[in-house]
Design a protein around this ligand. Structure first.
Ligand code: KG4
Ligand code: ZN
Length: 341
């Protein structure tokens, strides 16, 4: 089965073709970062309009680059939610129109299920059951994964997502947008130990997270320093490192707790923040220490992409799931309400 995947939930247009025999044939990504950079964050209306401009030409390119004729496409998968409603509507409408024209089924994929399954596109892939840490710009969740579509959310952020906290910290430190890679880059020249940031909600039981306090802590630290003198690059790097270490430690503590609590020995990390090297290293040494296995996708499959949507859609279409012609954009869509396969 060959599936066209379309991702338009936020500020990246992703188009990919996945074949269950030949694997990932093509994976194209267009990032709107420069469009939103001057606003310091994503402007939803600009995002929708840009998806309209980019998606169809990218589908043509993907078909051409993978030498795929329209009659070779067996199904179309699109991100149906969660995300920005206008942006989601673009991918959903294009998918339904193409599905009708090509007479193939379409399937709306949950964006976080896409992230969760991204490691399945790698050679070394996890086997069910496992614990997944999903860390993106909009979500921070620990999920117990029994199988495809069989998810139990063990804990999640009660306020900001981890990626959102990275983005806000970067803004306060004037490091640019998107913030995660910028904070990580600055942290590389930081000196450890100058600032002590809290590890929120780690001193009480449970698997929920809170990152808004770290944001306030970053703001206060930055303000206190800049009240005395203009912030230097070293100040920024030191704060970035302290912030990154706090997020990484917090996520590591909760992942260990989730493995212990479930008795599972496999941890999967996915979503934009899972591209963070400090996080990968910390989780790897934690996993090694408890003889557990850690899986994560290559960096370009951690952040938003069409490949994960094509893969997830292919699994669901093979499992017999399909939809009618209704255009389904679900800005909010709890993961544990998904249909099991
Ligand atoms: O999964 P994703 O591409 O989009 C969403 O579904 O939200 O995640 C984007 C988030 C952004 O907040 C970005 O700052 C963060 O992932 N991110 C990182 C890194 N790369 C991306 N955070 C920390 N370190 C990174 N290297
Ligand atoms: Zn995402």
């Amino acid at each position: 089965m060959r599936v066209l995947g379309i991702e338009t939930s936020c500020d990246e247009t992703g188009v990919a073709i996945y074949d269950d025999q030949a694997g990932l044939l093509v994976d194209l990504l267009y990032s709107q970062v420069s469009l939103h950079a001057e606003y310091g964050g994503v402007v939803p209306e600009l995002a929708s309009r840009d998806h309209i401009r980019k998606t169809l030409p990218m589908i043509s390119d993907a078909m051409q680059q993978s030498d795929t004729a329209t009659h070779e496409i067996d199904g179309i998968a699109y991100t149906s939610g969660p995300g920005l409603v206008g942006a989601l509507l673009v991918g959903a409408s294009i998918s339904k129109a193409l599905g009708l024209a090509w007479n193939v089924p379409t399937i709306g994929v949950h964006h976080m299920e896409g992230h969760l399954l991204a490691p399945m596109l790698e050679k070394s892939r996890p086997t069910y059951p496992f614990v997944a840490l999903l860390v993106s710009g909009g979500h921070t969740q620990l999920v117990s994964v029994e199988g495809l579509g069989r998810y139990e959310v063990l804990g999640e952020s009660v306020d900001d997502a981890a990626g959102e906290a990275f983005d806000k910290a970067a803004k306060m430190l004037a490091l640019g947008y998107p913030g995660g890679p910028a904070v990580a880059a600055a942290a590389r020249s930081g000196v450890a130990g100058r600032f002590k940031f809290p590890r929120p909600m780690t001193d009480r039981p449970g698997l929920d997270f809170s990152f808004s306090g770290l944001k306030t802590f970053t703001m206060n630290t930055t303000r206190n320093l800049s009240a005395r003198a203009e912030l230097t690059d070293q100040d920024r790097a030191d704060i970035a490192l302290a912030f990154e270490q706090a997020v990484v430690d917090t996520l590591t503590i909760k992942c260990r707790r989730a493995l212990e609590q479930t008795g599972l020995d496999t941890l999967v990390i996915a979503g934009g923040v899972s591209a963070n090297l400090a996080l990968r290293e910390s989780l790897q040494s934690m996993a090694d220490g408890m003889s557990a296995h850690l899986f994560y996708p290559r960096p370009e499959l951690c952040t938003d992409n069409g490949a994960m949507i094509a893969y997830a859609g292919c699994q669901r279409l093979k499992g017999g799931h399909k939809e009618g012609l209704e255009i389904l954009a679900r800005p909010r869509w709890p993961m544990d309400t998904l249909t099991p396969l």
